[in-house]
Design a protein around this ligand. Structure first.
Ligand SMILES: [Zn+2]
Length: 125
C-alpha cells in the first residue's frame, strides 16, 4: 500500500458508508404482514421485507400484480386499511397512510426499472 493509499483508504470507506446510509437509510426486516379492512376483517396475508423507521412508519413494496397490491389499489379496500406486522418476536399494528404506485427504478430503458411497484406506508396506531 503506498502512502497516498493509506491516506485515501479511510476516506473512501467513510464516503462509501455515508453513501450506503443515504441509499438505504431504513432497516429491512423479513416480516409476516396481515392486511385488514375497516371492519377488522382479514383480507390479505403474506411475507415480505418491511422497512422500519425508528419505531414509527413502516412500509413495504410489492409488484403491482401481487394480490395484496391489487387489493390495496382496488375499490373494496374501503376507507381504512390496517396492518399487523410480525417480525421475530414483535407485533406491530398500523393504519395505512400512503400508497405510491411507481416504477421500481430510475432507468427509462430497462425492463427491471420500469416494472411498477406499489409502496404502502403505515403509521403506528
Ligand atoms: Zn434499471
Amino acid at each position: 500500500m503506498s502512502a497516498s493509499d493509506q491516506i485515501l483508504a479511510p476516506l473512501a470507506d467513510d464516503v462509501r458508508l455515508a453513501y450506503e446510509r443515504a441509499v438505504q437509510p431504513l432497516a429491512l426486516l423479513a416480516a409476516r404482514v396481515r392486511l385488514w379492512d375497516s371492519n377488522w376483517q382479514p383480507r390479505r396475508e403474506f411475507v415480505t421485507q418491511v422497512a422500519c423507521e425508528d419505531g414509527e412508519p413502516r412500509s413495504f413494496s410489492l409488484p403491482v400484480d401481487h394480490p395484496a397490491a391489487e387489493w390495496l389499489m382496488g375499490d373494496d379496500s374501503a376507507v381504512m386499511v390496517y396492518a399487523t406486522i410480525e417480525d421475530g418476536g414483535t407485533r406491530w399494528c398500523g393504519v395505512l397512510t400512503r400508497i405510491i404506485n411507481q416504477p421500481s427504478g430510475p432507468c427509462p430503458q430497462c425492463e427491471h426499472c420500469q416494472t411498477r411497484v406499489l409502496t404502502a406506508t403505515f403509521r403506528l396506531m
